[in-house]
Structures are given as structure tokens and as C-alpha cells.
Design a binder for this molecule. Structure first.
Ligand SMILES: Cc1ncc(COP(=O)(O)O)c(C=O)c1O
Length: 414
């Protein structure tokens, strides 16, 4: 297939974007014009299997026909009202989402980081008003290597220098501990701790699955010390790992679920904090909000997403094809790959530095019709849509095997 980086039309489109757009991303050299199911098509008509899925926002495929039909229908009637009035799609959405989570209440927002910010505010409010922590003394424990988004408060507890440099001063009140270390967590909890914020699987860090028993240990420690457990399932949730939430596989029910990305069905941004009335019920009118959060269009699409998940099909597909993905990836170790990990249709693949960077490999993959993205230098993270077929999955894995073989040959490693 043609290398999109060599196409004059694509180069021209990229030049326009790089001239007028802020350079806060380093995109692959391809200009996408359409998407359908597991596939993306560029402006020259070249097709690619999407192995990034917009960081798991596209779990149910591009232009999912059921979701597009719901959105199109809703657009004929009403899209935006703000929450100054009630809308008829909002109630069914939040009831269905609360039930999916086994919780009592939903606070809808738009982007993932807004759900995280909202949960931090809720945890502090709960701490002061319910737990009885002295004003301004609340502490929230966070994990090393976390990624929860890009606002000032959220990067205040990031330990990625790229995300934090030149953005201080930062928001106080966060206590970092190593991910996966229950002793460190136990030692960090004190009477002012209101919450522990954890990604059940650390996505941006390289698809890091915590040790067996870790999340159960977090649940036990937080319950014992009257501390909220906040599970950021924005990337790990909604089918990605083979269950609705990764917490389920760990046998854990957190106090708050944070959801986003795929909740918007790859159509609109929809995020939410889902929990019980003891926490969400602390909010009174005016104390928190969002003009677009819970809007009629978002609610209609969000409800359709919940209905898809209620069938259990995306989760089962992710489990079944995920087993195949991981079995095949394991055979790459020692052949240009130093380690693989992950769960369901989600994998982190560490590329041997002798072959070049993760980015180098992504550029090779692009010319073979696969879009994947690197993280932290050497890691490829693979997250196909959950509508991918076994044949399509094999096609992409064959392309990865070829790309690795080429990179090894180029590096003189045979
Ligand atoms: C675990 C997690 N939380 C929060 C976010 C932030 O979501 P958004 O980019 O929609 O603000 C992300 C984004 O990658 C994420 O992976």
C-alpha cells in the first residue's frame, strides 16, 4: 500500500494543520477522512485498521450504525438545553447508567478529565461534610505513573515531566504512592485521607495490569479507613478489558466509577461520575456544573451505549479475541519485542530499543495499513475497536510481525 507520508495531497493537508494548529500532538503522517467499524480511510482512499481507537473512545467501532441512528434521530428533535431545564433523554440515560454500575446516582460531564476533576471535588466535599475532615486538610492518594488528564489540578499529581514542565504552581493535597504497592498505600493513609484515586489498569503508562489482589487490597484498606475508592475506568471500562469494568475482574466495587471516552459512542464527548447518594448527594444547586454535561444528544447516545453493553456482546468479544491477541503477541517476545502485557483487546508491547523507537515502528505499521500509537518511547499500545473480526485482528498482527522483521533486518539483527 502507498505510504501516506509521500502523498502530495496529504502533505498539503498536514502543512495547513501544522501551520495553523497548536503543536500539542505529534500525529502520525496520515490525514483521515472517514471511518467505519474497525477501519479508517485517508483522503487518498487508503484503508487502515484502527489499533488506537482514539485511546479507547471508539470501542464500539467508527460510525456504529445503531449509535449513529440514535444520534441522527435525536438531532432532529433536540441537542442542547443545558441543565437549566429537564430533558426527556436525561432520565433514561442516568437511570440505565446507574444500574449498569450498580450505583444510585450519576453526575454527567463531557470529557474524561472533567469527570476526574468532579470526583476530586466530590471526594473533598464528602471528606469535609460527611467524614468530618478539618477544612482544607483533605488529602487524596494517587498513583505513580498515573494519567488522568490535562487540567492544572490533575497534572499536579502527574510524575510525567512532559505533562508538568512550565505549568506550576500546582494544586496541593495529593499524595503519590507506587502503583501496585499495598504497604506504601497503607502507610500513606491518615485521618485526613478522603480518597484513593486509581486506574484499575494504567493505560497511558503502557497498559500496566496491577498485581493479582492489588485492587482488592485497595478496596479493603479504603473501606477499613473510611476512605473513598475512586476507580478511573475512563480507558479500562466499557468493555475494553473483557468486562464492563476492569474492577469486576478484580472482584471489587469502588465507591466512585469515573467513565468517559467510549461512553460517547465515538460520536460526542460524554463522561460521568457514578456513585451512591452519600457522595453524589452532597452537591447542591450551583456547587458544580457544566453547560453541556448531560445534554439531550449526549444522553441519547449514552443510553444507546449502555444498551449495547447490557447485551454483554462487546465484553465477550473483547475477552475471546483478547485471548487470541495475547497468545499471538507472546510469540513476538524475543523477536524485536522485549515484553507484552495487557488484558482483553488491550496490550502494551515493548519494542527492543535496538530496532528503534515505538514511534519508528508505528510509522512502519502505518505503511502496512495499521494505525497504532506509541507511549513512553518504547511501548506500542494496541487497542483495536471491539467490533474487529478475528481475520482483521490477524491481518494487523501479521503486519506487526512484518514490521518487526523489517526493523530487525534494518538494524542488522537478521
Ligand atoms: C484513565 C484516564 N483518565 C482520564 C483521561 C482523560 O480523558 P480526556 O482526554 O477525555 O479528558 C484519560 C485519557 O486518556 C485516561 O486514559
Amino acid at each position: 500500500m502507498a505510504d501516506p507520508a509521500q502523498s502530495p495531497t496529504q502533505r498539503q493537508a498536514i502543512e495547513q494543520i501544522e501551520t495553523y494548529g497548536s503543536h500539542n500532538y505529534h500525529p502520525l503522517p496520515v490525514v483521515i477522512a472517514s471511518g467505519s467499524g474497525a477501519w479508517l480511510t485517508d483522503i487518498d482512499g487508503n484503508r487502515y485498521l484502527d489499533f488506537l481507537s482514539a485511546y479507547s473512545a471508539v470501542n464500539f467501532g467508527h460510525s456504529n450504525p445503531e449509535l449513529v441512528a440514535v444520534a441522527t434521530e435525536q438531532l432532529q428533535h433536540l441537542a442542547i438545553t443545558s441543565r437549566a431545564v429537564y430533558s426527556n433523554t436525561y432520565g433514561p440515560f442516568i437511570q440505565a447508567l446507574a444500574e449498569l454500575c450498580g450505583k444510585e446516582m450519576v453526575l454527567p460531564m463531557n470529557t474524561g478529565v472533567e469527570a476526574v476533576e468532579s470526583a476530586l471535588k466530590l471526594a473533598r466535599k464528602w471528606g469535609y461534610e460527611v467524614k468530618g475532615v478539618p477544612e482544607d486538610a483533605a488529602r487524596i492518594i494517587v498513583m505513580d505513573g498515573n494519567f488522568h488528564g490535562r487540567t492544572i489540578s490533575v497534572i499536579s499529581f502527574s510524575n510525567d515531566a512532559v505533562a508538568t514542565t512550565s505549568y506550576g504552581p500546582f494544586t496541593p493535597g495529593f499524595v503519590p504512592v507506587p502503583y501496585g504497592d499495598l504497604d506504601a498505600l497503607a502507610a500513606a493513609i491518615d485521618e485526613h485521607t478522603v480518597a484513593v484515586l486509581v486506574e484499575p489498569v494504567q493505560g497511558e503508562a503502557g497498559v500496566i495490569v496491577p498485581p493479582e489482589g492489588y485492587l482488592a487490597g485497595v478496596r479493603e484498606l479504603t473501606a477499613t479507613h473510611n476512605v473513598l475508592m475512586i476507580a478511573d475506568e475512563i480507558q479500562s471500562g466499557l468493555g475494553r478489558t473483557g468486562s464492563t469494568f476492569y474492577c469486576e475482574q478484580a472482584g471489587v466495587v469502588p465507591d466512585l466509577y469515573l467513565l468517559g471516552k467510549a461512553l460517547g459512542g465515538a460520536i460526542v464527548p460524554v463522561s460521568a461520575v457514578v456513585g451512591n447518594a452519600d457522595v453524589l448527594g452532597t452537591l447542591r444547586p450551583g456547587q458544580h456544573g457544566s453547560t453541556f454535561g448531560g445534554n439531550p444528544l449526549a444522553a441519547a447516545v449514552g443510553l444507546a451505549v449502555v444498551r449495547l453493553l447490557q447485551t454483554g456482546e462487546p465484553q465477550a468479544h473483547s475477552r475471546e479475541l483478547g485471548a487470541h491477541l495475547h497468545a499471538r503477541l507472546a510469540t513476538f517476545v524475543g523477536h524485536g519485542v522485549t515484553a507484552v502485557r495487557g488484558v482483553g483487546l488491550w496490550a502494551g508491547v515493548d519494542i527492543d530499543p535496538a530496532l528503534g523507537t515505538g514511534r519508528d515502528l508505528c510509522e512502519r505499521l502505518l505503511t502496512k495499513g495499521v494505525i497504532a500509537k506509541d507511549t513512553h518511547g518504547q511501548t506500542l499500545r494496541l487497542a483495536p475497536t471491539l467490533v474487529i473480526t478475528k481475520d482483521e485482528l490477524d491481518q494487523a498482527l501479521d503486519a506487526l510481525a512484518e514490521a518487526l522483521a523489517e526493523a530487525r533486518a534494518a538494524a542488522g539483527l537478521g
